[in-house]
Design a protein around this ligand. Structure first.
Ligand code: CO
Length: 294
């Protein structure tokens, strides 16, 4: 890990709105907080969903997410703590552990399961859904696991550490890059009394979510377990985040697709007809095709 000189941000974005997540349950009964809900899909295009999970009570997570389908987007699971076993119909299998990332491009369809591989202890992390452009919604599924050590990381001279899951920050390329949506996904750890800046194109939609401490952006505080939607101020060249206490947050940004979003549960397409087709294909068993049944 190298100390990296930060590119100065001249004109930081501001916090346009603070969002408190909604407590919900998904899978076979996993307790989680839905931070980015359907109502924010257009404002935060290309991102469709963000779930935050964090509990030391096995009853909150032990049931996991048994077999379920996805089509038309990508799921990115970032595990802060805990172990989760993933299996899918394309023949992929992996164990996601502390600090690891699983990037799954559902494309035309996968059926997968995500099951905790622990009976006690803390399970904490995020699942982010990133939309696919219309032209790629029916692409072949793709999948990759990144162990914690495989996530590029850098530190600033002030001692801020940054894990670059996707995109590029201060000259450091992340684990994954995507050409159309250009996602930036950072996990930022700020010691007390430090600040951090990174460039974001003004037209990209962006948000932060504070999961330890409290973050400050242009005079606005983004409290623990709050999302701050960052304004798309014309001329803003990035964002500057600071902290008066030890603080950890994720920063997510991407280029909007500006295409119709039609969601039915785990299927996200552009038209109602494509949703009907997805349901038909799922019911007829064509998600787990011969090609990927290995
Ligand atoms: Co899933």
């Amino acid at each position: 890990m190298n100390a990296t000189k930060q590119i100065a941000v001249q004109n930081t974005r501001k916090v346009e709105r603070l969002i408190q997540g909604v407590a919900t349950s998904d899978g076979a009964g996993v307790s989680l907080t839905r931070v980015l809900t359907g109502k924010l899909q257009h404002r935060l295009d290309p991102f469709l969903m963000l779930d935050a999970f964090g509990s030391d009570d096995p009853d909150d997570y032990i049931a996991g997410f048994p077999d379920h389908p996805h089509r038309g987007f990508e799921t990115i699971t970032y595990m802060l703590a805990g172990r989760m076993r993933h299996r899918d119909s394309a023949g992929h299998e992996g164990l996601l552990g502390d600090g690891g990332v699983q990037w799954m491009t559902a494309g035309r369809g996968v059926i997968h399961s995500e099951i905790p591989e622990q009976k006690d202890g803390v399970m904490e992390g995020f699942q982010l859904w990133l939309n696919l452009p219309a032209q790629n919604k029916m692409a072949e599924p793709w999948y990759r696991d990144f162990a914690s050590a495989d996530i590029p990381e850098y530190a600033t001279v002030e001692g801020v550490t940054v894990r670059v899951i996707a995109g590029e920050s201060n000259g450091v390329a992340g684990a994954v890059s995507r050409t159309v949506t250009e996602p930036l996904y950072l996990d930022i750890h700020l010691p007390a009394g430090t600040s951090f800046s990174t460039a974001i194109p003004a037209t990209h939609n962006a948000f932060i979510y504070t999961y330890r401490g409290a973050a400050h952006v242009a005079g606005m505080q983004v409290d623990l377990q709050r999302m701050g939607i960052l304004s798309n101020t014309a001329g803003a060249d990035g964002v500057t985040v600071s902290a008066t206490e030890p603080t950890q947050l994720i920063l997510v940004a991407g280029k909007p697709l500006n295409e119709p979003i039609v969601q039915y549960g785990p299927f996200v397409m552009n038209t109602q007809e494509e949703i009907h087709q997805a349901l038909e294909d799922f019911r007829s068993g064509s998600f787990a095709s011969e090609r990927s049944a290995a």
